[in-house]
Design a protein around this ligand. Structure first.
Ligand code: ADP
Ligand code: MG
Length: 677
């Protein structure tokens, strides 16, 4: 009875909002209203008719017009899901997750039930799922399991203008599949870019335009080039905040580290501003941001405050943040760049294209007239920016994709129907790499090893290591390290006020053989501590990254079982064999000490350095194998381990000649091998 009294008092006092149920219903109603205000809503019937009447439809509309969240719902509402699921691909993991969450909310269902998402190493779908948001890479994987995609009635290739490698490959496969399947609807949707090109490619498919609402945006340039664009961006944010009317700010930067440091600088500068200045809420968004943090950027800005979102080009088109009036554009982005001659892939910061610059500016004019501040000169916009971005297929390593296409039975890659074909040099290089790994035979056909490797959604170099580890019964170790490498460089936590402690803790995991086994030490000690979060905190390890690694490891182990690799339960007897297994895939990445501190890669005599974060930074062994190169002030080898040069001739006899391994030999270019692409 006390309980009832209590509730009564609450009701009388009008605390409705605090009752969870009331809040939820009103929120859902609000969401339904918002749905009807989106530009795509006015076109709903016309759009559904066009989809009914055509097999393939190109849909073009301003970012934020409702393509991604609404079109799959409309199709579900009119019954397409009776005949199969709806797939909607996204180039980015974050977008797939956040859009699925939004649509689940709009439909008042639990995420993972009717509405789900699937990204690499994370499947949030169930038997009841009818709309599945997924990365383009995941749909490509599904093609491997079911080349007819028979469980789908609609496939929507969304954000097509992003032209990611996987999207481009999907184009070719879907075009073919649409001819074969009469009961499949295909929608290619994009921001206002490239629609005619898509239409031509898809046998003159009709274009359905969604008239957008868009307000004018004033664009400003710097008078002279800025030496430090971060500093310039920070100053611009503060100037806007102090002098301009209400409205949120979106800042485009190039990557996570840059965003984090800009975040810190902004925090410290606003601390000194005193209480007269309204609150500035600083929020980051980039692909690796944990999902609960991602959700924050969509929360409405409280009255009187101003929000500043620090984003990578993810906010260019894939996610829409309401309320942005000011855009600050540094004019740069991070891109993978592949050199087929050396076979090296690296992330580099490059100028964006004019098309991207226009998209970025457009983000300011969605809700009201806006302003865009470009931290570069008008001259460089006119003279230094390319018209359009270069599609990823023309600037990355194709190893994984070639493996997938080969396993789909597509032998003739040169004549595959690419929207924009990759450079033949890159294609040949990928074939050579797969040949060196033993995934293809000298006729260019998939080997038994290659077929098993194709099952793994990882770089072929890494899947090769996993295959090879079986020989030395160290698959458990190799899979663990592979998972740790996949979470990148976010394992160790280094708070600014405790750098000494953090570095000491990190030292305690060090293994003399290098970073690979050091990562293994971290994981196995965490495992011994029952995967505890407290253990992580005490050892300056990021719990979140470890959990992700654990998840990835479990999936790799499952995949091993699928291709019948026995995963050892007992610890591996000879720990050097773990490194040797890695070398079986990463023999492309080995380097020899040239003179103090300076290394040369074995095959191309390219100058590289051990990354300062490596446990071998001081030691400088003669031969090292590394996981990847990162280019900052120099080219650094990240995650490096000691290796034996004798392994190279044993593991990659086709790739290395004894001359390559001679200490003072003059490096020759690799001998061309006969391979018909
Ligand atoms: P498009 O695909 O045409 O760019 P979307 O369907 O992604 O448009 O977005 C439509 C609207 O839905 C956006 O204007 C935004 O207000 C809202 N929205 C989309 N995703 C989210 C999200 N994760 N959280 C909150 N609102 C969202
Ligand atoms: Mg979209």
């Amino acid at each position: 009875d006390n309980q009832i009294d209590y509730i009564k008092t609450q009701l009388i006092e009008g605390n409705f909002e605090e009752d969870e149920r009331f809040e939820r219903f009103s929120k859902a109603d609000r969401l339904q209203d918002e749905r009807c205000e989106l530009p795509v809503f006015k076109q709903r019937d016309k759009l559904l008719t066009a989809i009914r009447d055509h097999k393939i439809l190109i849909v073009e509309g301003e970012t934020g017009s409702g393509k991604t969240t609404q079109i799959p719902q409309y199709l579900h509402e009119v019954g397409y899901t009776k005949y199969g699921k709806i797939a909607c691909t996204q180039p980015r993991r974050v977008a797939a997750m956040s859009v699925a969450a939004r649509v689940a909310q709009e439909m008042r269902v639990k995420l993972g039930h009717e509405i789900g998402y699937s990204i690499r190493f994370e499947d949030c779908t169930s038997e009841t799922t009818v709309i599945k948001y997924m990365t383009d890479g995941m749909l490509l994987r599904e093609f491997m399991m079911d080349p007819e995609l028979s469980s789908y009635s609609v496939v929507m290739i969304d954000e097509a203008h992003e032209r990611t490698l996987h999207t481009d490959i999907l184009f070719g496969l879907i075009k073919d599949l649409a001819r074969a399947r009469n009961n499949l609807k295909v929608i290619i949707s994009s921001a206002t870019m490239d629609a005619e090109k898509f239409a031509r490619y898809f046998d003159n498919a009709p274009i359905f335009g969604i008239p957008g609402r868009r307000f004018p945006v004033d664009v400003f340039y710097t008078k002279s080039p800025e030496a430090d664009y971060i500093e310039a961006a920070v100053i611009t944010v503060l100037q806007i905040h102090v002098t301009q009317p209400a409205g949120d700010i979106l800042v485009f930067l190039t990557g996570q580290e840059e965003i984090e440091s800009t975040h810190d600088i902004l925090l410290s500068r606003t601390r000194g501003l005193g209480t007269k200045i309204p609150e500035l809420i600083i929020l980051p968004i980039y692909s690796n941001l944990p999902s609960e943090m991602q959700a924050k950027i969509f929360e409405p800005t409280p009255e009187g405050a101003r929000k500043v979102v620090l984003a990578t080009n993810i906010a260019e088109t894939s996610v829409t943040i309401d309320g942005i009036i000011y855009v600050i554009d540094c004019g740069l982005c991070k891109e993978t760049c592949y050199n087929p001659r050396t076979g090296m892939e690296s992330l580099v910061i490059v100028p964006i294209s004019k098309a991207s610059a226009r998209q970025r500016a457009g983000r300011a004019g969605r809700v009201a007239p806006g302003k865009c501040f470009r931290i570069y000169t008008l001259w460089s916009y006119d003279n230094e920016l390319e018209e359009n971005p270069v599609p990823e297929i023309q600037r990355c390593n194709l190893g994984n994709v070639v493996l997938i296409l080969k396993s789909l039975g597509i032998e003739d890659l040169v004549h595959f129907d690419f929207l924009d074909p990759p450079a033949s040099e890159t294609l040949i290089r990928a074939l050579e790499e797969l040949y060196a790994l033993g995934a293809l035979n000298d006729e260019g056909q998939l080997t038994k090893l290659g077929r098993r490797m194709a099952e793994f959604p990882v770089d072929p170099k890494l899947s090769k290591c996993i295959m090879y580890s079986e020989k030395y019964s160290c698959t458990n170790e190799v899979a663990t390290i592979a998972a740790m490498l996949s979470v990148g460089n976010s394992v160790f936590f280094r708070p600014k006020d405790k750098i000494m402690h953090a570095d000491n803790a990190r030292m305690s995991f060090s293994c003399r053989d290098g970073d690979h086994l050091t990562l293994f030490n971290v994981y196995s000690q965490w495992e011994e501590a029952n995967f505890s979060s407290i253990w992580c905190r005490d050892h300056f390890i990021q719990y979140r990254s470890m959990n992700k690694a654990r998840d990835i490891k479990e999936q790799l182990v499952d995949l091993c079982e699928r291709v019948e690799i026995i995963v050892n339960k007992e610890p591996c007897k000879d720990i050097k064999m773990v490194i040797k297994s890695f070398c079986s895939g990463y023999f492309f990445n080995c380097a020899r000490l040239h003179k103090s501190g300076i290394y040369k890669t074995v095959k191309n005599a390219h100058t590289v350095f051990i990354h300062p974060s490596s446990v071998m930074f001081k030691e400088m062994p003669k031969w090292v194998m590394y996981h990847e190169l990162v280019l900052t002030s120099k080219e650094f080898m990240r995650h490096a381990s000691i290796m034996s040069s004798q392994w190279l001739t044993e593991l990659a006899p086709h790739y290395f000649s004894s001359q390559d391994l001679d200490d003072d030999s003059i490096k020759k270019m690799p001998k061309p091998i006969k391979l018909n692409p």
